[in-house]
Design a protein around this ligand. Structure first.
Ligand code: PGA
Length: 258
């Protein structure tokens, strides 16, 4: 069975004390939950990865970085390398988020380099793809998704679910309060899975978690993750409160247990 992933993308939010109290509240809340088949992840900003890691102790909560440099090391002021993340045992890293694509002009070729940098140290990339409103309205969603997949995964070998998580995040749904319906998201997730099957294999396509992102919250999560190809969520705004994050984990447990 595929892993369900509930991942909080905190973006540029929370200071040290807020990070500490979230981590301890969620680690506490998870103690009594049956997390079989479910991976809960939070992605704090770079300065707080270390302190978050220390706060986890034996909690099943996992961490993700929000970005990584394509470079291995050297004179790249402000950048953080995959090797640095690996040295603090980071299991996941988000790449290709639409905010990086639009505010930092990241394209598929660059995102592919980041993916390879992560692969070289065994960190699982959470690769974000998604169409803009204009692209959806002009009927180009399918072409955009396929071209992002082809660009980011060009000549990239994927052997197991540890090598890739895909986050389908329609840009028009991110931070807007406008969510894709379960049907709209399922359609794109099924397309991604078919692409994985053709590009890699049927076996692999069944193992890769494809999560949805874009104004997901406790009120709408079940309508999305109950769809056959939606394996969880990458959640921004609604992941900032521990209670809301824990509620979404409860929804994942409920759906997982049928
Ligand atoms: P949102 O953000 O849940 O606030 O829409 C999701 C994301 O950007 O990953």
């Amino acid at each position: 069975m595929r892993e369900f992933i509930i991942a909080g993308n905190w973006k540029m939010n929370k200071d040290l004390s807020e990070v500490r109290s979230f981590i301890s509240e969620v680690a506490d809340g998870l103690k009594t939950k049956d997390m079989k088949g479910i991976t809960a992840i939070v992605a704090p900003a770079f300065p707080f990865l270390g302190v978050s890691y220390e706060g986890l102790s034996d909690s099943p909560l996992k961490l993700s970085a929000q970005d990584v440099s394509m470079h291995e090391k050297g004179a790249f002021t402000g950048e953080v390398s995959a090797l640095m993340l690996e040295s603090i045992s980071m299991p996941y890293c988000i790449i290709g988020h639409s905010e990086r694509r639009s505010y930092h002009a990241e394209d598929d070729a660059l995102i592919r380099e980041k993916l390879l940098a992560l692969a070289s140290v065994g960190i699982t990339p959470i690769l974000c793809i998604g169409e803009s409103l204009e692209e959806r309205d002009s009927g180009d969603t399918e072409d955009v998704i396929i071209s992002q997949l082809e660009g980011c995964l060009k000549d990239v070998n994927i052997y197991s679910d540890k090598d890739l998580v895909i986050a389908y995040e329609p840009v028009w749904a991110i931070g807007t309060g406008r969510t894709a319906s379960g049907e709209q998201a399922q359609e794109v997730h099924a397309l991604i899975r078919r692409w994985l099957e053709e590009r890699y294999s049927a076996e692999l396509s069944k193992k890769i978690s494809i999560i949805y992102g874009g104004s997901m919250k406790p009120e709408n999560i079940e309508g999305l993750i109950s769809k056959p190809d939606i394996d969880g969520g990458l959640i921004g705004g609604a992941s900032l409160e521990a209670a809301s994050f824990l509620k979404m984990i409860d929804s994942a447990i409920k759906i997982r247990n049928g």
